[in-house]
Ligand binder design. Structure first.
Ligand code: G6P
Length: 473
């Protein structure tokens, strides 16, 4: 029987090592939830890296056995592969360029590229070990851009979907990468290539038709007489989970505590993974501007800022962390009062119950990435507002801004605009808050993660049928 194989760089589990034991905990991530209905069924599998270096054969066997029980199949990476494929090429070349963060001094190291190719081949071997011609293979994200073509070469008729979770840049940026041609050829091994927004699709089609001798008719490409479709599929969240959590007893208790702690001020929430694309420093600048230029808001607003540790072995990330520490320290030192601290800053991850308590307590959620494929925090905030109140301030550079048009939309680089948006948000009349939030809640609830998975899978089937009917003509 045909099966579905999900492939992503990271498996949807966290593995930690205590003494000599490897402990597994399943991920709460949106993708893991959304694809749970697929990979846990029958012979279906999810293939990916377990997230830590495990070198000993005995340990690998032990972890593989634990993962197998969860329908997960590991691809183990050694330290050099982690350094060069994951940190080097994926996160020091592709991530910055795809997020429009290009420096004149960017270094494109041949060895990073060599490892990127080698690790993509390693993933291909893992897939080909279990894949058969009738299977459906769904590959995720920029770490595996070469994988679709590597699989296509061995299994010419298999169904391959590819979804990119980060933006696809304008060709003027994309073409800077020395291996742009190979990257696009890799992606075109897929039958269906998905992005979050129409702009990403447009950029991708622009790059393909300029870099390769491939023709496009609207969003349909012809690659070696095979049809390939590129389309936007804005990702959703597990709306039911976020809408029901705020009603749970434990969450209600935490919420009461938060309300009591911040009873004298408006609470502004900010939650991100540590990343320069998230605009955390720019956000701090706008918040400082508020305190400096509008002192009447001192003691009346508090910024609750969570930064979730991420990729801190990549130098830019370690540096960013230091900068955030400094900036928060400065603002708190300058404006703090005996019974008011302007920024409550946490550099750690929080359990989902606490996040829900924060989402459902915060008067404002400030989401101002400089560039973001989608941004699910904005949707999680909306889904958590079960009373329809609260204000979302959202960057126009986040994919989510194309859907959440009732948010207060800002340019994250314009600190004056963000500062004014905060003032607008904390003074927004309740009926306007409700009018906007209701619209956004309807959208987030309807276009949820289950819907996203279904629409992508249905389209993949449709593309396969289109290809078959072309062949029989
Ligand atoms: C983004 C990417 C994912 C990635 C995640 C966490 O959402 O689109 O592919 O898994 O960040 O980053 P990490 O490097 O820790 O996997």
């Amino acid at each position: 029987m045909a099966k579905t194989i999900i492939v992503s760089n990271r498996l949807p589990v966290k593995i930690s090592k205590t003494d000599n034991e490897y402990m597994l905990s399943t991920s709460e991530g949106g993708l893991a939830t959304g694809l749970g209905s697929i990979y846990k069924q029958g012979d279906n599998k999810w293939i990916g890296w377990p997230g830590i270096e495990i070198d000993e054969k005995e340990d690998q066997d032990n972890v593989s056995a634990q993962l197998a029980k969860l329908s997960l199949e590991p691809v183990f990476l050694n330290q050099e592969e982690i350094n060069q494929y994951y940190e080097g090429f994926s996160n020091d070349v592709l991530w910055p360029v795809f997020h429009y963060y290009v420096s004149t001094y960017s270094v494109y190291k041949q060895s990073n590229w060599d490892y990127y190719q080698a690790v993509n081949k390693k993933f291909a071997e893992a897939v080909l070990k279990i894949a058969e011609p009738g299977d459906v293979i769904w590959i995720h994200d920029y770490q595996l851009l070469l994988l679709p073509a590597l699989i296509r070469k061995e299994l010419p008729d298999v169904s391959i979907g590819f979804f990119q979770h980060i933006p696809f840049p304008s060709n003027e940026l994309f073409r800077l990468i020395p291996w742009r041609k190979e990257l696009l050829e890799g992606m075109l091994g897929a039958d269906l290539i998905g992005f979050h927004t129409f702009d990403d699709v447009r950029h991708f089609l622009g790059a393909v038709t300029r870099v390769l001798p491939v023709n496009a008719s609207a969003n349909v490409l012809t690659v070696d007489e095979r049809l390939v479709v590129a389309e936007s599929f804005p990702m959703g969240i597990d709306n039911e989970k976020y809408a029901s959590l705020p009603l749970q007893k434990g969450v209600l208790e935490q919420k009461a505590l938060i309300k009591e702690t911040f009873k004298n001020s408006k609470l502004i929430l900010s939650i991100d993974r540590l990343d320069y694309s998230k605009g955390i420093l720019q956000r701090l600048q706008a918040f400082e501007q508020l305190l400096q230029q509008h002192p009447e808001y001192c003691e009346k607003v508090t910024l609750y800022m969570i930064v979730v540790p991420s990729r801190d072995s990549v130098p830019q990330y370690a540096h960013l962390r230091e900068e955030i520490d400094k900036r928060v320290g400065n603002i708190n030192a300058l404006y703090r009062k005996m019974d008011w601290t302007p920024i409550h800053y946490y550099y750690r991850s929080f359990p989902i119950e606490m996040l829900s308590a924060l989402y459902s307590s915060a008067d404002v959620c400030l989401v101002t990435p400089l560039r973001d494929g989608m941004n699910l925090v904005s949707k999680e905030y909306v889904a958590s507002r079960v009373n329809d109140d609260g204000v979302l301030i959202l960057s126009e550079m986040a994919g989510a801004s194309k859907e959440l048009i009732d948010a207060v939309i800002v340019n994250p680089n314009n600190s004056g605009e963000v500062c004014n948006a905060i003032i607008e948000a904390i003074n927004m009349p309740l009926d306007e808050q409700k009018r906007r939030m209701k619209q956004m809640r309807q959208l987030v609830s309807k276009f949820n993660i289950t819907h996203w998975v279904k629409v992508f899978m249905d389209k993949l089937k449709e593309v396969k049928q289109m290809q078959r009917s072309m062949q029989t003509r």
